[in-house]
Design a protein around this ligand. Structure first.
Ligand SMILES: [Zn+2]
Length: 70
């Protein structure tokens, strides 16, 4: 994979990935991330983003809203 900005080679590293989701900040560890060695641009693998979105949707159905239970 090449960097979209400088066309240098990108390497895959396992990094923390922080997601903002409806006011919540979630940090995922060891997420496969493409990192450009030349300009430090980083991009999380698309498959990972899809998996994270699936997980967040699932979270939504699992976590009950405390206000609705009261
Ligand atoms: Zn680059």
């Amino acid at each position: 994979m090449k960097c979209p900005y400088c066309q240098s080679m990108m390497v895959e590293e396992l990094l923390d990935y922080t997601v903002d989701y409806e006011g919540h900040t979630l940090t995922l560890e060891d997420v496969p991330t493409w990192v450009c060695e030349a300009c430090d641009y980083s991009q999380v693998d698309e498959d990972v983003i899809e998996a994270v979105e699936d997980m967040l949707e699932h979270l939504d159905t699992v976590q009950a809203d405390p206000d609705e239970l009261a």
